[in-house]
Design a protein around this ligand. Structure first.
Ligand SMILES: [Zn+2]
Length: 227
């Protein structure tokens, strides 16, 4: 706990000595906010203020509305909510998969953990189908169960054992059975949703981004040795 608990900031100067770093919704950088007005505080531990991102001239970042909690000495919320646009993600990842992942991130931003997990599970399934191609289908042409898809990804050497174990953890959430109470989503917590996002990003990175970068490096080396 910080030494600022119950000690609410009363002025801009007061705010400046607190931990008011956050992700800017416009440029995406993690920045120390520049408060532009005196904070308004409520009866609890929350203070509200308008701030600028230090990059606002360079990146045209607009003013941010921030909520600071003195008890934990950090920014709990900031508005507007970032868009996490699929078009800003790495081009090596198929666009439809980027869209699902971006939407999962938007869910996380508004604490919609069930929605986030459901979308992340969908991403894992889509990655498997994309990379396994025909192998992702059973003999009737239907997509195999996610359990089998993850095992196949491992067997085909597309992911490591560690990553397949992690993928199974995501699979076990939102595992639609006959009954809604069996899908594991009732008790999903913030930490679990954040872990699931981290794992999903590792899968995307391993399957798409890393091979793409390796190929680019090899091409550069080739050009150099030719020149
Ligand atoms: Zn910014």
């Amino acid at each position: 706990m910080s030494s600022f608990g119950r000690d609410l900031p009363k002025s801009i100067e007061d705010l400046m000595v607190r931990n008011i770093s956050t992700e800017c919704p416009y440029c995406g950088d993690t920045v120390a906010l520049l408060p532009q007005c005196k904070p308004l505080s409520d009866l609890y531990d929350y203070s509200y203020f308008v701030a600028l991102c230090p990059n606002y001239k360079r990146h045209h970042c607009k003013p941010i509305f921030a909520v600071y909690q003195s008890l934990n000495d950090y920014i709990t919320e900031r508005y507007p909510i970032p868009t996490f646009d699929a078009s800003t993600m790495h081009e090596a990842i198929p666009y439809a998969i980027r869209q699902d992942y971006a939407e999962a991130r938007r869910c996380l931003y508004v604490n919609a953990y069930k929605g986030a997990i459901t979308l992340l599970r969908r991403v894992v399934e889509a990655v498997s189908c994309d990379r396994l191609g025909e192998k992702s289908k059973d003999k009737n042409g239907r997509t195999k169960r996610l359990n089998d898809l993850i095992n196949l990804m491992l067997a085909e050497g597309l992911i490591t054992k560690d990553l397949s174990d992690s993928a199974h953890e995501i699979r076990l959430f939102g595992n639609y059975g006959a009954h809604v109470q069996d899908d594991g989503l009732d008790t999903v917590e913030r930490d679990e949703a954040l872990d699931a996002r981290e794992i999903t990003w590792q899968i995307l990175y391993t399957v798409y981004v890393a091979p793409y970068k390796t190929k680019e490096l090899a091409l550069k080396r080739q050009k150099k040795s030719e020149g």
